[in-house]
Design a binder for this molecule. Sequence first.
Ligand code: HEC
Ligand code: HEC
Length: 249
Amino acid sequence: MMLRCATLLLLLAVALLAACDWMPGRPIRADAPKPESEVHEFDPLWSNYCSGCHGADGRFGPARPLNDPVYMSIASDDYLRNVIVNGVSGTMMPPMATSQGGPMTDQQVDDIVNGMREAWGTDASAKGAPPLQGKPGNAANGLVVFATHCATCHGAHGRGTPTAGSVVDNAFLAMTSDQALRSAIICGRLDLGMPDWRGQVGTRTIAASQLASPLTNKQIDDLVAWLTSHRVEFPGAPYPDTADVGSQN
Ligand code: HEC
Ligand code: HEC
């Protein structure tokens, strides 16, 4: 009996507390979190939907930095919206718009494009950059360009050196679109020290003299053709041939 009475009292107390509007710390309505579809500010949009892959401040993520004035200068609004809405099939870039099964409204896609532009600016000197999108190139010519512009860091066969990793690894190529390779060659990886098409990392010019002449549009097409010629039918096979990485790279 005592026990039942105590239980009852406890329940009553809990019920009373739950009903109280004046309890300290209880959020008032205005503090209630907005539904995610009504968030329009750049910071929470970026951290909700993009930062995990493109990096907390748009850099140092597994996917390319977008906090990159060169990239932002040459990527049009239409291009950005298209990638964000539809994703890139065959890669980790997911379709983001609700129309494609993603979490973002059309308004939020516009908000994030505008937010990226405001937050990350542009680089006037990127005016002369080759266009972001390219054409099919010639792999044999690409190898020649690679030898003069890329081999110092990535090795003569592209398999990497202590300075920079492999760019012909078949698992990497299987998860990466032609466009992402092209974007990397034009804009570099500002965050990881890979130079852009004219041999600069941000405002720093990379000393290697072979980078003296900026890459042309055609050379970039050819480089992408050479890189993608290393794609294999069954990527990530369990016994990769890495025996010669140290000796020949
Ligand atoms: C799950 C990881 C992931 C998330 C989340 C993600 N991305 Fe991506 N994104 C990628 C990858 C990987 C690529 C490169 C795909 C390829 O190979 O072309 C990419 C590519 C892109 C590109 C094209 C880059 C180029 O080469 O031109 C843009 C623009 C982009 N993402 C914007 C965004 C924005 C904005 C968000 C958030 C709304 C976002 N991404 C969320 C992984 C992601
Ligand atoms: C000064 C050294 C340097 C030169 C020259 C250089 N790279 Fe890189 N590259 C890097 C570094 C550092 C990375 C970052 C990843 C890593 O360490 O492998 C990178 C990454 C890449 C990536 C992957 C990008 C990504 O987003 O994952 C590609 C593709 C690439 N380089 C291609 C090239 C090509 C093609 C050339 C020649 C036009 C070239 N690189 C010249 C240093 C260099």
